[in-house]
Design a protein around this ligand. Structure first.
Ligand code: NAP
Length: 491
């Protein structure tokens, strides 16, 4: 996305730069590229993540400065207008968007980055296509340039509509359920084959204008038709994959217009998005094919019937508070519900009360807890919870759970579903999960009998040592805090 942001500006053509100016431009691009790489590296360590974002932002500043010093820019008017509109629209959006809405915000901004890449591709193609007077030839077009431009618009256009669709699903402007029809995958694969056919045609015969525009149209359509059958819950993986496509489109733009920082930033984005999608799929034990073609979450029949006759046991808040207050070790497992309830601050208060009474508190953070990678890490860090208390490795967390007095599940469901290990017919089967039932007692805080993202029932809620605390996470945690404080006051 960052790579695409200045693609339009970089595409300007004009007089050649002086030696010094060119040195400054290339120097800025070099600094920008180094800062992007350092930023990505810092982002791999939670405690340095904030620094990583700052390093990337400084890199972006250098990239923009270098681009604005480009001798090819003939007039700054449109650039300034664009910068002002972008800043006015972007700043309040970024400041106001809640963490739970971050996936759709990212999808929305990807769409604009991809629009930039696609427009540059179309403009560059038109530019190179303009025939030399009277000859009908394409003086500026080579097979290599046609390949770069074709690649750019193929992935760019797909990302534009795909990202808007992902935004619509996540924002619930359109149904989050997979929209499917018979033969859909065959139709999509067929259209993809035609689009790639046009791409091949363009490389061999760069002057085939119809192939270029047919490819743009098909890619725009494919962005919609390929995202339609994917459920809203799988959108974070799709957004990350589209991010990767946008990066590849930006890298192709860099080749097309001879901009080094665009190639580097695009390649980083392309690789980063792809790796992230792979990690998410792995943590859900799903294949890419299953996510893209599987229509996961479409069938309500996946809701298991077997627990209907069973009743889960509940516990009163007062009793749970006493046990938590005197527990030697507590493991908190937060999930999507905690993010929805915005219960992280009150959760920290509960943790501090338990710690004050001599109990040890750890958080078990699952790689796909919530709805985007690092969702819960970010939320807990926002509440000032020390990273040292987080167990982010599933095996480590399961080891700690075995000796815990109490496991407190806050708005989590799929990531603690034993069927992932026990029931081969479960859609969760094979997903690495936490085993809170190995703790002495399990408290589950949730509003009612709602299922998790996968739509399946959770047998954990019916186990002997599981006790339910029904209610909104923020309210229940607030009551627990109140009760523990009352214990201290001797009430
Ligand atoms: P989950 O399985 O979606 O379960 C969330 C639970 O929170 C629900 O059972 C719901 O039950 C409860 N809840 C909702 N609002 C609440 C509130 N205000 N207070 C208390 N409880 C509330 O969440 P998860 O265990 O975190 O698992 C994440 C799921 O998302 C996994 O299946 C994962 O594969 C999927 N996913 C994650 C990512 C990612 O990158 N993190 C990406 C794609 C998919 P009630 O309605 O009864 O309250």
């Amino acid at each position: 996305m960052i790579a695409n942001a200045f693609a339009l500006v970089s595409a300007a053509k004009g007089p050649a730069a002086s030696g010094t100016q060119e040195l400054i431009v290339q120097g800025s691009y070099l600094v920008a590229s180094v800062m992007f790489i350092l930023g990505l590296r810092s982002l791999t360590r939670p405690k340095d993540a904030r620094l990583g974002m700052q390093q990337a932002a400084v890199g972006m500043l250098f990239a923009v400065i270098g681009t604005l010093l480009n001798a090819g820019i003939l007039t700054y008017e449109w650039i300034i207008i664009g910068l002002v509109i972008g800043a006015i629209a972007g700043y309040p959006m970024a400041m106001k968007v809640p963490m739970t809405a971050m996936p759709q915000f990212i999808a929305f901004s990807h769409a604009f980055g991809a629009i930039a890449a696609t427009l540059v591709g179309v403009v560059e193609y038109r530019h190179a296509w303009t025939p030399a007077k009277g000859s009908g030839l394409m003086p500026g077009m080579s097979h290599g340039l046609a390949a770069a431009l074709g690649f750019e618009v193929l992935f760019g256009a797909l990302t534009v509509t795909g990202s808007f669709m992902a935004f619509g699903k996540l924002q619930e402007l359109i149904t989050g359920r997979p929209i499917t029809f018979k033969g859909q995958n065959a139709v999509n694969l067929g259209l993809m084959a035609v689009a790639f056919g046009c791409f091949g045609m363009l490389i061999v015969h760069p002057e085939t204008t119809w192939a270029f525009y047919a490819m743009v149209g098909l890619s725009l359509f494919l962005g919609i038709s390929m995202v339609l059958p994917i459920g809203g819950g799988d959108m974070p993986v799709v957004v990350s994959l589209l991010n990767s496509y946008a990066g590849l489109a930006a890298a192709a733009t860099g080749f097309a217009i001879g901009n080094n920082v665009l190639i580097i930033a695009g390649a980083l984005e392309g690789a980063g998005g792809f790796i992230l999608s792979m990690l998410m799929s792995k943590a859900m034990n799903r294949s890419f094919a299953n996510i893209i073609f599987g229509a996961f979450g479409s069938a309500p029949t996946t809701v298991a019937k077997k627990g209907e006759a069973r009743e889960s046991k509940t516990i009163a808040v007062e009793d749970a508070a006493v046990q938590l207050a005197y527990a030697g070790s507590v493991v908190i497992v937060p999930g999507y519900g905690m993010a929805v309830a915005q219960a992280q601050h009150i959760c920290r208060e509960l943790m501090e009360l338990i710690q004050k009474k001599g109990g040890e508190v750890k958080y078990a953070i699952h790689p796909v807890a919530g709805r985007m990678p690092g969702h819960l890490n970010v939320i807990l860090s926002e509440a000032g919870i020390d990273y040292g208390t987080l167990l982010t490795d599933v095996d480590d967390a399961n080891r700690v759970l075995q000796s815990a007095d109490v496991a407190v599940i806050i708005g989590a469901n799929d990531i603690v579903n034993p069927d992932a290990e026990d029931d081969k017919s479960s859609p969760l089967y094979g997903m690495p999960i936490f085993r809170p039932w190995t703790a002495k007692t399990v408290y589950v805080i949730k509003r009612g009998k709602g299922t998790g993202f996968s739509g399946v029932e959770n047998p954990l809620f019916f186990r002997d040592n599981t006790l339910m605390l029904y209610g909104d996470a923020k309210k229940v945690l607030g009551s627990l805090v109140k009760e523990i404080k009352a214990l201290d006051d001797g009430h």
